[in-house]
Design a protein. Structure first.
Ligand SMILES: Nc1nc2c(c(=O)[nH]1)N[C@H]1C(S)=C(S)[C@@H](COP(=O)(O)O)O[C@H]1N2
Ligand SMILES: [Mo]
Length: 209
């Protein structure tokens, strides 16, 4: 099979959203430096509009005692590369919601990472079955470049919605833009309808900028 035929086949894979192509290997892509992991001070916090009005945090050991899941999903970067059928293991976002219930009015979350990177999600996207705080990819611990010790994975959204080096989840009573959402990227980020840029947003897709 020639290379162009192979490319044709790949482009016609029904798992590939419009405008995306398959990527061999796993590129490293992020803004800013790779943070150094500090085991003694690392924690993962849940704060903001919790039902108890208290914030909650796990240290590194505590987080690794939480129940884990393994999920398979496809990964789509807005720069147009996709990787299909990734196996992610870690703690389901739904588990965090059970352990630290949000207040009734919570509609969105902001997921925070080292150095202030952030991304906002609807509560529905966050609670979705495939949304996971991943510690492993295809059975291997995450490397530091790919987000060790924990990154979020949100299937069904462009990959910038999944912060690497996650440190906190903020429960919110209203939507607010995260790092890329403030810088010209679409608030909803659905790859199937190519919600790439904020100029494509319709009324109701996100808060005013
Ligand atoms: N903390 C942080 N997380 C991030 C980013 C970033 O700049 N900082 N970039 C996002 C983008 S745009 C993509 S495509 C994926 C890339 O993940 P990878 O480097 O593991 O392929 O990480 C996402 N998570
Ligand atoms: Mo990306």
């Amino acid at each position: 099979m020639g290379q162009s035929e192979q490319a044709q086949l790949q482009q016609s894979d029904p798992r590939l959203p419009p405008g995306q192509r398959l990527q061999r290997g796993w590129p490293v892509l992020h803004y800013g430096p790779v943070p150094r992991f500090k085991p003694l001070t690392w924690d993962l916090q849940v704060f903001g509009a919790t039902a108890s009005a208290e914030k909650h945090s796990w240290d590194f050991e505590g987080f690794h005692e939480l129940p884990t899941v393994t999920v398979r999903s496809d990964f789509h970067c807005v720069t147009r590369f996709s990787m299909l059928d990734n196996e992610w293991s870690g703690v389901a976002a739904a588990t965090l919601l059970e352990l630290v219930p949000p207040a009734e009015q919570v509609s969105h979350v902001m997921v925070w990472a080292e150095y202030g990177y952030s991304s906002n999600l609807s509560l529905a996207d966050f609670a979705a079955a495939g949304t996971v705080f991943a510690t492993h990819h295809n059975g291997e611990p995450l490397t530091v470049e790919h987000g060790f010790p924990v990154r979020l994975v949100v299937p069904g959204r462009y990959a910038w919605k999944g912060p690497k080096w996650v440190r906190a989840v903020e429960y919110m009573r209203a939507d607010r833009r995260g790092f890329w959402e403030e810088r010209g990227y679409h608030n909803r980020a659905d790859p199937w309808t190519e919600q790439r840029y904020s100029y494509q947003e319709e009324p109701g897709d996100g808060p005013l900028r």
